[in-house]
Design a protein around this ligand. Structure first.
Ligand code: PMP
Length: 449
């Protein structure tokens, strides 16, 4: 890679992004009452001089306040995997919120049992409870796992992401021991007091860590998706299940992103048998919603424990969790939008996206790898594809990533910030994918000219 050429192209695309976004630039400049000038600090993670401000979004299309239209492969980093504002979800929201009234009344609605039954059909877990975010689903699953096992620690894979869950911000340090994830903000205590860590695909390490007998649960994605996609090697997930069972440790599958693998995520696609499963983002069709599922046995063990306050102040739940509005939106999304048929369409398009990227990378002989998980494709600046989180983290190249994001955005295509990741929604078309393939090919041609 010619770094001087890359820098020149990045500067050119940055200037072009600034030129294309005068209104966004002004709005950002005026946002003096926001911490970091944005509603949420991670919105500053944008390739370019300022974030684009949202005007409208429908299906696989987004427009910004400067009137630019984009094919959206970011899809709210999975929150809009159902497409932006699907009509049927909008109607369900309208019905619940405006026609019937009552978004949050501390009373159950009948939609919740429908959603619970559908989640059981898809993922296999027998009992369900709701949250508003995947982070909270993970937090509450962890608390339940600690309560039922009486053990203090949680094990996660290095460079996984499970939301702002204190226990999960741990990596394997240079000396091989657990260490805080660099940059972690305000940890409540030394993370090694609460957590153990293993690299993804490393069963030997997992076995050594579980042998301490103090791990309540392994919290993991069946494939890492937040440090590039890192797929499980043959036998790895079966090994995880065998080891967790052997050591009396519960297994929590976080399917928030791996839901892209199919209607029942990796759990159904690969026949996995977790004790708990967490999910958020996509299931509400854009309305905040999350959920966690438990095996029937685990649920009855927990409900039988008179010492656990599962109803009031015990630390599991939130006032707005399971509210009528988010449950109505989740029902509409699962019943009508992210259906089995939709996944077939999305996966076929993702295959098309993958072949396009693979062909362009091949044409320009770049040492990159392309990985796909159902409806989600990601490329990484390393070949062969990284097999652990640490290897994938080492393949990061911010300037190169920023150049590609900006080149695409300046030509009407959005990828997910933090990733070279593209997700398909039910409204994505083959033409959208082919547009990406063409523009991506032009970017690589300029890069390697
Ligand atoms: N789990 C996984 C696998 C995620 O990717 C994320 C967010 N990227 C979360 C949990 C947290 O989701 P949220 O920020 O919506 O709580």
């Amino acid at each position: 890679m010619d770094r001087a050429r890359l820098q020149h192209l990045l500067d050119r695309e940055t200037a072009e992004a600034a030129r294309r976004g005068p209104r966004s630039r002004d709005a950002y400049g005026r946002a003096e009452h926001l911490f970091g000038r944005v509603p949420m600090t991670w919105m500053n993670k944008t390739a370019g001089p300022f974030p684009r401000y949202l005007a409208t979004a429908r299906g696989a299309r987004v427009t910004d306040i400067d009137g630019q239209e984009y094919i959206d492969f970011c899809l709210g980093d999975t929150g809009a995997m159902a497409g932006h504002s699907p009509r049927v979800v909008a109607e369900a929201v309208q019905r619940r919120f405006a026609d019937l009234g009552g978004a949050t009344a501390m009373l159950p609605t009948e939609d919740a049992e429908w959603v619970g039954a559908e989640l059981t059909r898809r993922f296999g877990l027998a009992r369900w409870s709701f949250s508003l975010t995947a982070t909270d689903a993970n937090r509450w699953a962890i608390r339940l796992a600690r309560a039922v096992t009486g053990r203090p620690k949680i094990l996660v894979n290095a460079y996984s992401y499970h939301g702002s869950v204190d226990e999960s911000l741990v990596v394997v340090g240079p000396d091989g021991a657990g260490a805080p994830r660099p940059g972690n903000v305000g940890a409540p205590c030394d993370v090694t007091l609460t957590s153990r860590v293993a690299e993804f695909n490393d069963l030997d390490r997992l076995e050594r860590e579980l042998a301490h007998g103090d791990v309540a649960a392994v919290l993991m994605e069946p494939a890492l998706t937040n440090i590039g996609i890192v797929l499980p090697e043959p036998g790895y997930l079966a090994g995880v299940r065998e080891l967790t069972r052997a050591h009396g440790t519960l297994l929590i599958n976080d399917e928030t992103h791996t839901f892209s693998a199919g209607p029942g995520g990796c759990t159904a696609a690969w026949g996995l048998e977790p004790d708990l499963l967490t999910i958020g983002k996509a299931i509400g069709g854009g309305v905040p919603a999350g959920a966690y599922g438990l095996s029937a046995d685990l649920a009855s063990r927990l409900l039988g424990r008179a010492d656990l306050d599962l109803v009031d102040m015990g630390g599991v739940g939130g006032t707005l969790a399971g509210n009528a509005l988010s449950v109505a939106a989740t029902r509409a999304t699962l019943e009508h939008v992210l259906t089995d048929a939709a996944f077939t369409h999305m996966t076929a398009l993702s295959e098309r996206f993958e072949s396009g990227v693979r062909a362009a990378v091949g044409t320009h002989a770049l040492p990159w790898s392309v990985t796909r998980l159902g409806a989600r494709t990601e490329y990484r600046f390393a070949d062969p594809a990284p097999r652990t989180g640490a290897e994938s983290a080492a393949a990061a190249d911010t300037a190169l990533e920023d150049f590609l994001h900006l080149y695409l955005a300046n030509r009407g295509i959005l990828l997910t910030p933090f990733h070279n990741m593209a997700l398909m929604c039910p409204d994505t078309t083959a033409r959208d994918v082919d547009t990406h393939t063409a523009v991506f090919g032009e970017a690589l041609a300029e890069l390697t000219a």
